[in-house]
Design a protein around this ligand. Structure first.
Ligand SMILES: Cc1cc2nc3c(=O)[nH]c(=O)nc-3n(C[C@H](O)[C@H](O)[C@H](O)COP(=O)(O)OP(=O)(O)OC[C@H]3O[C@@H](n4cnc5c(N)ncnc54)[C@H](O)[C@@H]3O)c2cc1C
Length: 381
């Protein structure tokens, strides 16, 4: 695997770290406490080109290749401590922009992608329902033909970005039976009649990333809002999940690098029993494990980026990245807290927030159990 970066890629990484460090962490402890999304930080991310990374230039992005995307997101996680903001950005990129790039008509791409890239629009994907989560294709939401378009009926829950979204990629049943072709994807604008967004949910972590329920009651959308062919929802969803599981935790690699550097510095400075705590093997081995996790996570991420670039990725490859990176991020966040002792447990130290944020990695984009089911299925089990 070639991990040599070009001068251009290095310059991008340095610029993302510089801007993210300077502009994306303002007032974060308070905003996390109050579950407050930052529109300014969202726009700063867009100005930096983050939202546009996977979108071709003709639709407002930079058309970066997957290794460059991984590198930029890793840099974002190193500089930006607001995991909620990064999560919201990723949710839009992989579950709204990517299906539009892959399955949209030119008219749909022209209408939505430039605004999603420049930060003036926010996109979401609405799949999960109160009674269908891991078993996503058991959904109850329906789309039926109605005077020149479609009528959508159902309830979607846990929808990231819903409180601030302009565009919803909604999955609905267009045929009753449970077959590959029974689900379709629709582009639904926020002001579509019959669409309502519930009050924001209060979450354990990723608190700066807003989330709500979306209710569709006889929600009327025009014929041209169908994304991809009728019955093509499964392809749109699996494609977006494949990209999302590959890259949604790329930023966590940067965060783990930052945590490691902070722990090495603290273990060298903090003295107990007459010596730096890093001289105690219980502490130094914990930090060594953090380093091993960082390196294996980074290798898996960049290997997956190369696979995506070469069109060689399977759903099991993406599932492995998601499962491994989320495990590494949570365990290293716990280690960083433990190494800082009582100070690490205090909110102002900004270490406990990473633990709360990292736990979500075992649930969103398919739980860790579902990722392992996918990996096992590819092994014929
Ligand atoms: C932070 C966050 C953001 C999210 N954002 C979005 C979003 O933007 N859009 C969206 O549509 N959804 C979103 N979700 C929803 C998410 O995709 C679901 O929560 C997830 O797929 C799990 O579904 P569930 O919560 O219904 O749990 P369930 O499916 O009810 O699972 C409950 C438990 O049973 C286990 N389980 C279920 N089936 C199996 C099985 N076959 N084998 C082994 N174990 C199993 C699960 O792993 C889990 O531990 C988000 C969730 C979170 C936490």
């Amino acid at each position: 695997m070639d991990l040599e970066w070009t001068d251009e890629q290095r310059a991008l990484r340095d610029e993302v770290v510089r801007v993210a460090t300077a502009e994306l962490n303002r007032d974060l402890v308070r905003r996390d406490r109050q579950s407050e999304f930052s529109p300014e930080a969202w726009k700063a991310c867009a100005a930096l080109g983050i939202q546009g990374l996977p979108v071709p230039e003709e639709w407002g992005g930079s058309g970066a290749d997957p290794p460059t995307v991984a590198l930029a997101l890793e840099a974002l996680g190193y500089g930006c401590r607001d995991n909620g903001l990064i999560f919201s950005v990723n949710a839009q990129m992989w579950s709204c922009e990517l299906p539009l790039v892959t399955f949209g008509t030119d008219e749909q791409r022209r209408r939505y992608l430039p605004g999603l890239c420049d930060g003036s629009r926010v996109g979401v994907q609405a799949m999960t329902e109160p009674d269908s989560g891991s078993d996503a294709y058991a959904m109850a939401t329906t789309a039926t033909r109605s005077a020149g378009g479609w009528a959508l009926n159902g309830v979607k829950t846990f929808i990231t970005n819903a409180p601030i979204a302009d565009l919803f990629v909604v999955f609905a049943r267009t045929a009753a039976e449970r077959t590959i072709g029974s689900i379709s994807a629709f582009l639904v604008e926020r002001d579509a009649p019959g669409l309502t967004v519930g009050p924001p949910f209060e979450k354990m972590g990723l608190r700066t990333s807003p989330m709500a329920e979306v209710v569709l009651r006889d929600c009327r959308v025009p014929e041209k809002s169908l994304l991809g062919p009728m019955g093509g929802g499964l392809a749109a969803f699996t494609t977006s999940m494949d990209w999302e599981r590959s890259f949604i935790l790329a930023s966590a690699v940067g965060t783990m690098q930052r945590q490691l550097e902070r722990c090495v510095a603290y273990a060298s400075e903090r003295r107990q029993f007459g010596q730096p705590i890093g001289k105690f093997q219980a502490v130094s081995h914990r930090i060594a494990e953090m380093r091993i996790r960082l390196e294996t996570a980074r290798l898996l991420l960049h290997q997956q980026a190369l696979r995506k670039a070469r069109g060689l990725s399977t759903p099991a490859d993406a599932a492995m990245v998601k499962a491994h990176l989320s495990d590494c991020f949570l365990r290293s966040s716990l280690d960083a807290l433990q190494i800082h002792g009582g100070y690490g447990y205090m909110v102002d130290a900004e270490l406990e927030r990473d633990v709360r944020d990292a736990i979500a990695g075992h649930i969103y984009s398919g739980t860790s159990e579902i990722q392992r089911n996918i990996i096992a299925a590819y092994l014929g089990l």
